[in-house]
Write a protein that binds this ligand. Structure first.
Ligand SMILES: [Ca+2]
Ligand SMILES: [Ca+2]
Length: 132
């Protein structure tokens, strides 16, 4: 099977063994194969997303660089909102360094370096450390 994915909703699926000329798109007949191959593709592109040479602290981040204390300070994915609201003392939708006084974690989460951490930055950070 070969999956062609160009950002289209469905993608194209070809049986390259029996149909080497890729004349018949099987995507609508075999949605499960599309799903399976798309999952593989996603896993692969997730690995490619952050090239090893990228000289940012984020790229160098490894789970074992987080201490148990740092891990404990982070929320479960499904509790991000409550966690965030609790820390956001002035309720402006952003965490300042005073509101989240763990300097290293704060710097790792503030990916655009504006000195504030948004809930999206927290979510992306959690995805990053869990993807490693
Ligand atoms: Ca705030
Ligand atoms: Ca930020």
């Amino acid at each position: 099977m070969k999956l062609v994915w160009s950002g289209a909703v469905q993608g194209e699926l070809y049986d390259v063994v029996n149909d080497p000329g890729e004349s018949k798109n099987l995507a609508s007949e075999r949605p499960n194969d599309v799903k399976r191959l798309k999952a593989l593709l996603d896993a692969w592109s997730a690995q490619m997303a952050e090239p090893k040479w990228q000289p940012t602290p984020r790229a160098k981040l490894k789970p074992n660089q987080l201490t148990a204390n740092q891990r404990a300070a982070l929320p479960q994915s499904e509790q991000v909102k409550q966690w965030f609201d609790r820390l956001d003392a002035n309720k402006d939708g952003k965490l300042s360094a005073e509101e989240f006084p763990r300097r290293r974690l704060f710097q790792m989460m503030d990916t655009n370096r504006d000195g504030l951490v948004t809930i999206d930055e927290v979510r992306k950070f959690l995805e990053t450390i869990r993807g490693l």
